[in-house]
Design a protein around this ligand. Structure first.
Ligand SMILES: *Cc1c(COP(=O)(O)O)cnc(C)c1O
Length: 442
């Protein structure tokens, strides 16, 4: 077994996962953690760009906890701030001086936000934001886009047109068994980057639409950026029809630009959802917008709550993370240079191996997926998904994991790079992928 560090082995990965499965349903507390595993991996710790398993192996991670760690794992400034706060009270349920600091940072950085409410997870913040949109418009229909993920709540989790297993289902189906099918009567899913479909939907249902919600860069079904002019078109149609435009910037916020996708593309939504990078690895999310749309919450007419919402430990992480990002204006340019070079090196590696691959990237979020055929145009998420070679990708993932590079076995999960990934780390990732691609099929 590969051992690359001096850490003492506590246990075997496989035995450790089996032990967990006795008491944790499926072994991990999220279905995504238990998806597509071939070689068991149970972690001991994480730092910078690396994770260490219970056997003492270290791996370079490009999954990075699904996105929060723009500054790498266990960033000393964030850890220091949280450690200091822990001994001063992690949660009291009473407004705290840090709330003001965190709110001011978010409002200063994110162009469309004057006011926020903090929550614990992206799912919660989205649920609250959509309820607010339905309250202020007095309407119920929410337009979503195929392939975009907005958490697992009742009205927005629905089967993608093409599922993670490559199954094609164009029906409108709940995203999980046990959901209330009628809840989906209040959402309408449209193809991404298709202005005509959106125009038709507004023509048909315009006076029923409460909100349009989207990931401004679709990052949960391969990375599919907005087509030129598409976001402006969505914003125009949404406004003209009196609906609320919601940007789910859970991934793109503080990631594709300090001010998120809304600053990168210059489009102002009415409501914005933030999480992941926001808390630098601590469970926190936010939703916010201008003072007018947040007024029902300011007056306590709309309802949003949570014992741990905006707890002081998580908010101290927000203040430390955003303060650090704001203090380094060149951080995003440096990351862009490094990620662009990494992307080019990866393209070369797949080309030299003679394999079809789709690589798409916006800043430090990227998608790398083996395909069954040459990449065509994929402005729509499901056009891309139908060409993804799930089995070959999973095999590559297993070989790379055994050789010390971790990415998710699902080719639709994005890769996240961080300021902790050195050029040497990324060269090593390319090298491991090249060698794995050269392995003969078993
Ligand atoms: C991760 C994610 C969510 C859900 O956030 P949770 O904290 O897992 O509830 C919502 N929207 C997008 C775009 C995401 O990537």
């Amino acid at each position: 077994m590969r051992k690359t560090s001096q850490a003492t082995a506590v246990m075997d990965n496989a035995l450790s996962l089996e032990a967990s499965k006795k008491v944790i349903a499926g072994g991990g507390s999220s279905n995504m953690r238990n998806f597509g595993i071939i070689t068991p991996l149970v972690l001991d710790r994480a730092s910078g760009s690396r994770i260490w398993d219970v056997e003492g192996n270290d791996l370079i991670d490009v999954n990075m906890g699904y996105g929060p760690h723009l500054l790498g794992y266990a960033d000393p400034d964030i850890m220091g701030a949280v450690a200091a706060q822990l001994s001063l009270g992690a949660v009291t349920g009473i407004p705290h001086r840090l709330d003001h600091q965190a709110g001011e940072l978010v409002a200063a950085i994110v162009p469309s936000i004057d006011q926020v409410r903090f929550a614990n997870s992206g799912t919660e913040a989205i649920t609250s934001a959509l309820r607010l949109a339905r309250f202020v418009t007095g309407r119920t229909l929410v337009i979503t886009f195929d392939g975009h993920y907005h958490g697992w709540s009742e009205t927005v989790l629905r089967k993608a047109a093409i599922t993670n297993d490559g199954q094609n289902t164009q029906e409108t189906l709940p995203g999980a068994p046990g959901m209330i099918p009628e809840a989906l009567a209040h959402t309408l899913q449209l193809p991404w980057n298709d202005p005509t479909a959106l125009e038709r939907a507004f023509a048909e249902h315009g006076d029923r639409v409460a909100a349009v919600i989207l990931e401004p860069v679709c990052a949960n079904a391969g990375v599919v950026p907005p087509a030129p002019g598409f976001l402006a078109h969505v914003a125009g149609l949404t406004r003209r029809n009196g609906a609320v435009l919601v940007f789910d910037e859970v991934i793109t916020g503080f990631r594709v630009d300090l001010g998120g996708a809304q600053r990168k593309y210059g489009i102002q939504p009415d409501l914005t959802i933030l999480s992941k990078v926001l808390g630098g690895g601590f469970p926190v999310a936010a939703f916010g917008g201008g003072r007018d749309i947040m007024a029902p919450l300011a007056r306590n007419e709309a309802f949003h709550a949570g014992v741990y919402a905006g707890n002081h430990a998580a908010i101290s992480a927000v203040v430390a993370t955003l303060g650090k990002l704001q203090a380094d204006p060149l951080l995003y340019d440096r990351l862009e240079d490094e990620c662009a070079d990494f992307e080019n090196a990866l393209r070369l590696a797949f080309a030299e191996a003679g394999r079809h691959v789709r690589i798409a990237r916006v800043g430090s979020v990227m998608s790398v997926a083996l395909l069954t055929e040459a990449p065509g145009t994929d402005a729509e998420c499901h056009a891309l998904v139908s060409r993804t070679d799930f089995a070959a990708h999973r095999r590559l993932q297993t070989l790379c994991q055994d050789a010390g590079v971790y990415f998710h076995p699902n080719p639709l999960e994005p890769w996240f790079l961080s300021t902790a990934h050195t050029r040497a780390d990324l060269a090593h990732v390319v090298d491991v992928i090249s060698r794995s691609l050269a392995e003969p099929p078993t």
